[in-house]
Design a protein around this ligand. Sequence first.
Ligand SMILES: Cc1cc2nc3c(=O)[nH]c(=O)nc-3n(C[C@H](O)[C@H](O)[C@H](O)COP(=O)(O)OP(=O)(O)OC[C@H]3O[C@@H](n4cnc5c(N)ncnc54)[C@H](O)[C@@H]3O)c2cc1C
Length: 689
Amino acid sequence: MAAAGTAASAARSPGAPAGTAARVRRPPAARPAKLPPLLVLLAAAAGPGAGGAAQLYRAGEDAVWVLDSGSLRGATANSSAAWLVQFYSSWCGHCIGYAPTWRALAGDVRDWAAAIRVAALDCAEERNHEVCRAYDVRFYPTFRYFKAFTKDFTTGENYKGPDRELQTVRRAMIDFLQNHTDENRPPACPSLDPVRPSDLRSLLDTRGGRYVAVLFESEGSYLGREVVLDLIPYENVSVKRALSPDGALLEKLGVSSLPACYLIYPNGSRGMVTVGKPLRSFFSSYLKSLPDVRKKSLSLPEKATIEEGPEAVVWREFDRSKLYTADLESGLHLLLRVELAAHKSLAGAELQTLKDFVTILAKLFPGRPPVRKLLETLREWLASLPLDRIPYNAVLDLVDNKMRISGIFLTNHVKWVGCQGSRAELRGYPCSLWKLFHTLTVRAGTRPEALDGTGFAGAPQAVLQAVRRYVRAFFGCRQCAEHFEEMAHDSMDSVKTADQAVLWLWKKHNLVNSRLAGHPSEDPRFPKVPWPTPDLCPACHEEVKGLASWNEGQVLLFLKRHYGSDSLVDTYAEDLGDGGQGAPAAGEEQPRADQGAGSLRLPSALPPGPRLSERWRQGLDVELGGPSGAEGRGGAEAAAAFLGMGFSSLDMSLCVLLYVASSLFLMVMYFFFRVRAKRWRVKHHHPSV
Ligand SMILES: Cc1cc2nc3c(=O)[nH]c(=O)nc-3n(C[C@H](O)[C@H](O)[C@H](O)COP(=O)(O)OP(=O)(O)OC[C@H]3O[C@@H](n4cnc5c(N)ncnc54)[C@H](O)[C@@H]3O)c2cc1C
């Protein structure tokens, strides 16, 4: 009992403030708690979501421990329980599809919580972006183990099991617990090792006090260990496991088949346990229901003080035949400031992929001049880099700070319109990526001259290959990227013209749609159907001998229209007329006050210049200082001077202010001395008579 209490309290970092601990969203202790009726009503009244925090796991409903930027470190550092944390992204289709398995696993091992906990953290939530970067989470889902009693900061050990089925992960959790050394083994976790044959006879002769259950099983079986862990929260019973002992002993005990359970009662009587089926659940529930076997009162961490209320959501009416600037710009914001920012530094092939993709974007991204200018400036900057490795912070600094001075600005608010989902975790970012990719292929065909001088002119696969490499290197949804790569590998080479590139992407997107129809990531309000639907493009659909088929010529015309500039509308797009401050209009989503992610901070809230400049320099030092040492650092500083980096808007404003003030001062001094000199001359002038 004491151990369980220790485990629970250690979920808070010893030095962390109470508030930090409170942010660990505890799963319900017993049955999933029902939402209070008022909350249910409010949630229902909130209707379809257009933004806000999308969460696949809910504290109070699921047995999953819900962590966030404020609680992850406090929960896992020096904890008396081990943790298995799934870093996921609520927009990632595979994470959505996997959520029921994770929930079921957490429910299944709920009783193991004093020894090991199943948690989840949503990297798509803005307030978690920074922490996911700090833990080097690039792709979703990522599974990490955190051992108990880890003193130093650790980003955890990656789980690389053969698969992610419930049983496989549960067994991996057991192996993980067994791999703890004796000193750092969670105190609440009983020994999982089998009783030594030499100790078995004395164990069987035990008499006294409480129930002792001995589970006989074969080598490689996990059942005994599972039952041991299932009984952690119960007192008056201890469970041991023994591996197939000699036949004579088994015969003497009356064991005819394995697994089997031999029980020694508190009064010293003993005998084999008879259960309906030799399964974990049968043995566990038999032992839990023995007279005087009670559940200990676990003092798990306090329930979250901040309850997740229903999100205030606004549904934006939109026209499905249009393309919305707000979708493209919101997607670009997440791509530049979140997805790419998950990579602390870029070098070699990854850096080249970024350069090529930004070149394609700079030349073909439709939309408003400040955004296009931003992309063009970024392209020029990347092209002029003398470095073969850059810290991504340098890109963020350029995008967030340097360019703002000249009024070059990209929204840092997410606002979905044509990519709205009926629930917050549906659609959004992947939808905007598809729209972006289609737009790029169409514009490469309709404005080929835009690529002149880039090295991509006249290359019909240029856009597709840039997209392919972007998806392969950076798209957070790993399995999506793998599927896309398979399709690209199979048939992208067959593309010989810009029109074929447009149609290739359309066909592949439809293949993905048909694969995902009925998948948990499908939004019922936007079903995955062959696209464009007959209402959007009647001419695209035909029947040949009674069989529905496409008229590809018409489809091509439709795609060029749909993803062309004429379809693009700025309704709902962020107002850029305020000099790039990007303040949301009334009633629109505001970033929350707790958005600590540096990459997403409003520049006005950025730390002052010297810190920024220091941070940039440090970043560069860290990246280049390693193997190349002083040489690398020298190069970095030269590069810093070359790039004119390290000045924030505050630095620049102060410079301008100082410049104006000193000019004024000089002018005032000049006139002052001129007037004085004149007066002096008049005073001392004696006209000769
Ligand atoms: C490259 C890539 C690969 C992906 N792979 C997977 C995967 O393997 N597994 C997974 O679960 N999720 C995957 N996703 C996510 C998934 O495809 C959807 O983006 C996501 O489920 C959101 O769906 P949605 O309803 O917004 O429509 P989306 O499929 O995202 O489509 C967005 C919009 O594009 C238009 N559109 C639809 N079909 C076409 C078409 N054929 N041609 C042109 N325009 C079209 C429609 O206006 C639609 O609303 C992938 C996403 C991307 C960008």
